[in-house]
Structure formats: structure tokens, C-alpha cells
Design a protein around this ligand. Structure first.
Ligand code: C2E
Ligand code: MG
Ligand code: MG
Ligand code: MG
Length: 275
């Protein structure tokens, strides 16, 4: 009996695996078409000054409108785009579109604010990445201080290579923030060595501030540490008035989350910046 079930189990396993890898292949294939057919767009989520409530920035978030499947969230295609390498071209499009849009808002006489763009490590490792970012800014006529790049902690593992790139970017005048702070393979030493302007406290800590005393302690500690190291700190995924209250009490600088606004199309941001 054991012998009989062996091959069967194996077959079931293989079928499931095939279905998953087929799906990945389909997405991979469709991603190439998506760039050509302009199926991507950016939504923007406002970032607010914790104390005045003013909009102090927006984060560009990628949206894929698939012709047959509708909206596919980033979590379902960014990892595949990263594995296949096409994230480099997609990321370049995001960078260009975010800079173009920000300059358009400025030219319309709206409040001037920086736009934050999420970076994949694959983009970072492109030769002369900092210079290519400078070229995009130049092309669209956007001042470097109105662009911020978000990197994740896992990217900062290769510390030596990154320091050089980051310094070149900050020399140009571009802002750097650490996204999802607290969830990666933290090495506090890099915070001292890298030119980082801002920490973004991961949503997972913020969402449990009210119920989990440990998370509340962690959030308070991250804010204090960031300030001691002369960095700004922004809380991600802020959804409730109680969270806002806690963050204000602990002198967090900025917030981003559904409490303020979800990510919205560019036209909606223009209305907010005009108000
Ligand atoms: P992220 O950079 O940490 O972006 C924040 C995510 O949290 C966004 O999800 C946003 O919609 C969501 N969010 C914001 N406020 C709240 C809230 O109050 N509650 C909850 N539950 N969620 C909130 P989204 O747009 O699905 O993006 C997911 C991730 O995909 C991003 O996380 C980022 O890592 C990645 N991503 C998005 N756009 C790009 C891009 O252009 N390039 C790269 N490389 N990655 C991107
Ligand atoms: Mg981000
Ligand atoms: Mg994040
Ligand atoms: Mg993330």
C-alpha cells in the first residue's frame, strides 16, 4: 500500500507545482506586454505632518490594470517581476512617471512636495544607477529635493556596495528612506554609516499599537532612535485616531495610512494639493 501511494502523492505534488509555475510564467509573459501596452499606472498616497496635518509628500504606488484579469495588486506581480529581472524596466517607468507627474503638479502651481518611489534592489545594482536617476530629473526638470527613494532593509545587507550608491544619490540632493523599517534583517550599524533621511515604521507595528504593549514599545523606541540619529520618522499604515494619538504623544514626525487617505489617482492628489 505504501508503495502504491508513493507515485500518486508525487503526482499530486507535481501538478500543484506545475499550476503555480504556470501562473508565474503567465504573469511574467503578461508583464512584458504590460509595459508596451501601457497597462501600468501610478496611484499616490499622501503623507501628512503629524502635528499640522499638512500634506508633506506622496508615495507613488504601482497599479497594473490587466486587460483580462482587472487590477492585480503589487504583491502578486512585483516578486515575479523581480525574479525575472523585468522590474528594472518597470521601475524605470515608475521613476520617470512619478517625476513627470510631480513636475506637472508644480507647473500647475500646486503645493511643492517630494514624491517617494519604491526601489527594487535590482535597480540599485544597475551600473551608474545614481547618474541615471539624475538624468531622469534633468529630463523632466524636477529638482532633486522633490524626489525620495525608498529602499528596504534587506537591500542594505550588502553594506559596502550600497554606501557608495547612496552617497552619490544624496550628493545629487535626492532623499533616501528605509521602507518597512523593523521587518528586515536589521543591522543598526548601517543607520550610522548610511546617509538616510527618514525611517518608515512598518505597518505591522503600527497596527498593533493599541493591543500589543510590545509593539507600542518598539514604535516609541524607533521614533526616539531615529531622532537621536537625526533622521525623520514616518508611521505607515495608520488607520485609527488612537494610533494618531499615540504617535503624536511620542513625537512621530509624519504619518501615512488609510486614516489620512488611501492611495488615489493623480487627479485626486491635485485636488488635495490645491485645497
Ligand atoms: P510599501 O512600499 O510598504 O507601500 C505601502 C503599502 O501599504 C501599499 O500597498 C499601500 O496601499 C498600503 N497601505 C497604505 N496605508 C495602509 C493602511 O492604512 N492599511 C493597510 N492595510 N494598508 C495600507 P500596495 O500599493 O499594495 O503596495 C504593496 C507593496 O508593493 C509596497 O509596499 C511596495 O513594497 C511594493 N510596491 C508598490 N509599488 C512599487 C513600485 O513601483 N516598485 C517596487 N519595487 N515596489 C513597489
Ligand atoms: Mg514604500
Ligand atoms: Mg512600507
Ligand atoms: Mg513593502
Amino acid at each position: 500500500k505504501a508503495k502504491e501511494s508513493g507515485p500518486n502523492e508525487c503526482q499530486v505534488y507535481r501538478e500543484e507545482w506545475d499550476e503555480a509555475s504556470l501562473e508565474r510564467l503567465r504573469i511574467q509573459h503578461d508583464l512584458r506586454r504590460a509595459l508596451i501596452n501601457q497597462e501600468f499606472m501610478l496611484h499616490y498616497q499622501p503623507q501628512y505632518d503629524m502635528h499640522t496635518g499638512a500634506i508633506v509628500g506622496v508615495e507613488a504606488l504601482l497599479r497594473w490594470h490587466h486587460p483580462e484579469r482587472g487590477m492585480i495588486p503589487p504583491s502578486q506581480f512585483i516578486p515575479i517581476a523581480e525574479d525575472s529581472g523585468i522590474i528594472v524596466q518597470i521601475g524605470q517607468w515608475v521613476l520617470e512617471e512619478a517625476c513627470r507627474q510631480n513636475k506637472e503638479w508644480q507647473d500647475a502651481g500646486l503645493l511643492k512636495i517630494p514624491v517617494s518611489v519604491n526601489l527594487s534592489m535590482r535597480q540599485f545594482w544597475q551600473p551608474n544607477f545614481p547618474e541615471s536617476v539624475a538624468a531622469v530629473l534633468e529630463r523632466f526638470g524636477l529638482e532633486p529635493r522633490y524626489l525620495e527613494l525608498e529602499i528596504t532593509e534587506s537591500m542594505t545587507m550588502d553594506a559596502d556596495k550600497l554606501t557608495n550608491s547612496l552617497l552619490r544619490l544624496t550628493d545629487i540632493g535626492i532623499g533616501i528612506s528605509i521602507d518597512d523599517f523593523g521587518t528586515g534583517y536589521s543591522s543598526f550599524s548601517y543607520l550610522k554609516h548610511f546617509p538616510i533621511d527618514r525611517l518608515k515604521i512598518d505597518r505591522s507595528f503600527v497596527s498593533d499599537i493599541e493591543d500589543d504593549p510590545d509593539d507600542a514599545e518598539i514604535v516609541a523606541a524607533i521614533i526616539a532612535m531615529a531622532h537621536n540619529l537625526h533622521m525623520q520618522v514616518i508611521a505607515e499604515g495608520v488607520e485609527t485616531a488612537q494610533q494618531v494619538h499615540f504617535l503624536k504623544m511620542h513625537l512621530c514626525d509624519e504619518m501615512q495610512g488609510y486614516y489620512g487617505s488611501p492611495p488615489v489617482p493623480s487627479e485626486r492628489i491635485a485636488e488635495m494639493l490645491a485645497a
